[in-house]
Structure formats: C-alpha cells, structure tokens
Design a protein around this ligand. Structure first.
Ligand code: HEM
Length: 361
C-alpha cells in the first residue's frame, strides 16, 4: 500500500502538525494561548508563500518585452488571487485578537527579540511589489533590512531569511514591470518610436491640464462664493494643487512623463474597448495596494489593542512605527492620477479612436 496516495501523506500532515512546539521540542510545554499564537503566525506565513508565488507569475507575464492583450487577463487573474489572500489576512487578525492582553504577557517576554518584523516572506512580498529601500521607515537608527541582516548572521534560519530577501532584490518588481508596460501604451493613437510621439504626449497633457484648470477655477469661485472669509486659504490650496499637477505631469524625464500620461489616458478613456483589460489591470494594482495598506493598518490596531503603546518585542517604537508604515505607497503613479482625473465631459478630444476598437480576428 506504500504507493497509495493518502490525504495525510500528500499534505505531509505528520510533519506539518509537528511544527508547533516553538523553540522547544515538547509540544506539551507550551500553553493553549501560545499554541494559538504560533498557529496564527504559521497560517499567515503559508498564505504569504502562496501570495508570493502568484505575484511572481503575474510579474513574469507583465515583464515580457511585449505583452499581448490576451495576457493581461492572466496577470489580473493571478493578482486577484493575491488580493483575496491579503483580504483574508486582514480578517485573520480577528482570530489573533481573541488573545487577551494579559494572556499574551504570560509568554511575550520569551519571544524577545523575535518579531513579525523579521518575516522575511513579508519583506520578499514588499520587495517584489516594488517597495524600495529608501521608502522604508528607519528602524531605530538602522535601515530595517540591515537590521534583519544582522540578526540573520549565526541564526539557524538566517541563511534562508537573508537569502530570500537578497534574491528578491535582484528581481524585476511588479511596479517596474507595470511602468514598462504603461510606457508602451498608445496615447492619442501614438506609440513610443512613432514620429512626433513626444509632442503628441505633451500636447495631450497640456490640453488635459488646461481643461482641468478651467473646471477647478469654476470650483474655486463657487467655494469662495459661499465662504468668502476662507478665500485666501482656498486660493493658496488650489494654486498649490495646480502647480503640483503640472510639475507631476510635465516632469522633465520623458520616460516617466509618458508612463504617467499613459496611466492618465487609460483612466480617462477607460470605456474604450481596447482599454477594457488595461484599466482592469490598473484597478487591480490599486486594489492590491489598498489591501496591503489595510493589512498594515489592521495589524497596527490589533497591536494597539493587545500591547498598547509599549516597545515591540523587536525593539521598535511599536504602534508608532507600525502607523508610519501605513504611509508606504508603491504604485504612486496610479494613486497620483486620481487627484487630477477629469470627468468624461471635460476630457481632451480623443484622436485616432479607431486604434482603440477591438481587433478583428
Ligand atoms: C500578539 C500579536 C502581535 C503583536 C503584539 C505584534 C506586534 C508587532 C510589533 C510591535 C511590530 C513592530 C516591530 C517590533 O518592534 O516588534 C510588529 C511587526 C510586524 N508584525 Fe506583528 N504583532 C502581532 C502579530 C502579528 C501577526 C499575526 C502577523 C502576521 C504575519 C504579524 C506580522 C508583522 C509584520 C509583517 C511586521 C513588520 C511590519 C513592518 O515592519 O512593516 N504580526 N508586530
């Protein structure tokens, strides 16, 4: 019967269920609450493993030098799975929260200095999404990843921890793949390499800004009409927004300018048949990041409920540190576009609309 597959052998249940003893070898030596703590964390790590593999699949497809329209649904499919995993991870904190603050204190001290901060899979996930080193909040005086590197030296799982992070840093991330793909989007019917493409892109952006400005001036006038005493502040706020929009869209870097223009173009003309999947891809990337931000926010609230504002087992300022990480944004271009998007009635006239119909097969 040795070759007969069984549920327990296929899933390696004897091995899996023998991994909850913490640092000791006797599962009986840990209490029920600690068992709960270990299992919840292990369940998260399993979900992270799956999310990372799906993310790599999506990244690989999107990072190809040319991406057919047929490929985008696959990319969206894999990313949607990551979104659902993250949604589940957000909800799973409710299970962790059934631990009371005092029950946690019974075994918390022995965990020091280990911490979820050292979840190398979470770091791998962030890096593969496109979180850059310089975007991270420092951890005490050191960079968070350097802190993990220091801990990895000499620890039994250290080679795997640091090896995983180092490997992820050598790979193309989803943000870069998305940018490279966006860059190639036809804008007003013009593609990179077409004659006069840069001028077409600039003209599109200028028209977009001009039409948007007219609308915003009308909005400003309406606001001042009802609250004249706030006029000074309103004028300054609208002017600052106008300058920010202009500087952002008309950036000196032609590659970035085209990439941003493409995000704006897809969001603006999202009803065009050829943009149906591209816009879903952008929606999916934003939703994914929204779930990651919700994960960070939900974790911080759970931590506040369990340990208040004390220092974390990993040595950070605890909730203050975690709240700062909720500011991270990876798909910055996609978020920024939302501040300057115009309604359909105020869009620049679409040029070469025939390029955006469905292809004949
Ligand atoms: C009793 C439950 C928990 C408490 C009190 C707690 C507390 C903390 C604290 C204070 C930090 C900041 C680093 C430090 O100083 O230690 C942290 C980081 C972290 N924790 Fe938790 N945590 C808990 C459960 C979890 C769970 C279930 C996960 C799921 C994987 C998790 C994932 C993380 C991650 C990924 C970080 C790094 C955040 C970052 O640097 O961006 N934690 N945790």
């Amino acid at each position: 019967m040795a070759d007969t597959p069984t549920y327990w052998d296929y899933l390696r249940l004897p091995q899996l269920l023998d991994l909850q003893a913490g640092l000791g070898t006797d599962p009986e030596a840990i209490g029920h609450d600690e068992l709960h703590f270990i299992i919840v964390h292990q369940a998260y790590e399993l979900w992270f493993k799956l999310a990372i593999s799906q993310l790599r699949l999506a990244r690989d497809e999107l990072a190809r030098p040319t991406v057919d329209e047929e490929t985008i649904p696959h990319v969206v499919h894999h990313l949607r799975r990551v979104i659902e995993i993250m949604r589940l991870c957000v909800d799973q904190f409710a299970v962790m929260e059934t631990l009371t603050p005092q029950d946690f204190l019974d075994f918390r001290d022995k965990l020091m200095p280990s911490s979820g901060f050292q979840s190398f899979q979470m770091r791998e996930f962030e890096i593969l999404l496109g979180l850059e080193d310089m975007m991270r909040v420092t951890y005490g005086k050191v960079h968070p990843l350097e802190h993990i590197k220091m801990l990895a030296e000499g620890s039994p799982g250290g080679a795997m921890a640091w090896g995983t992070i180092s490997q992820a840093r050598t790979e193309v991330n989803l943000r870069s793949a998305l940018h490279a793909w966006l860059y190639r989007t036809p804008i007003q019917g013009s593609s990179p390499g077409d004659q006069g493409d840069e001028a077409v892109v600039k003209a599109f952006l200028q028209e977009y800004l001009d039409k948007g400005r007219e609308r915003r001036e009308a909005q400003l006038a309406r606001l001042i009409e009802v609250s004249a005493d706030a006029a000074e502040g309103l004028n300054a706020r609208f002017a600052a927004q106008e300058t920010a929009n202009e500087e952002w869209l008309m950036t000196e870097d032609p590659r970035l300018r085209r990439t941003r223009a493409a995000a704006l173009f897809i969001e603006s003309y999202r009803r065009l048949p050829l943009l149906a999947w591209p816009r879903l891809l952008l929606d999916t990337a934003v939703e994914l990041e929204e779930q990651v931000v919700l994960f960070r926010t939900r974790h911080a609230r759970m931590v506040e409920r369990l340990i208040g504002r004390r220092v974390g087992t990993g040595g950070s300022s605890g909730v203050d540190y975690l709240d700062q990480t909720t500011k991270y944004r990876i798909f910055t271009e996609l978020w920024a576009v939302r501040s300057m998007l115009s309604p359909r009635s105020a869009l620049p006239k679409l040029r070469n609309p025939e390029r955006y119909g469905f292809r004949e097969v």
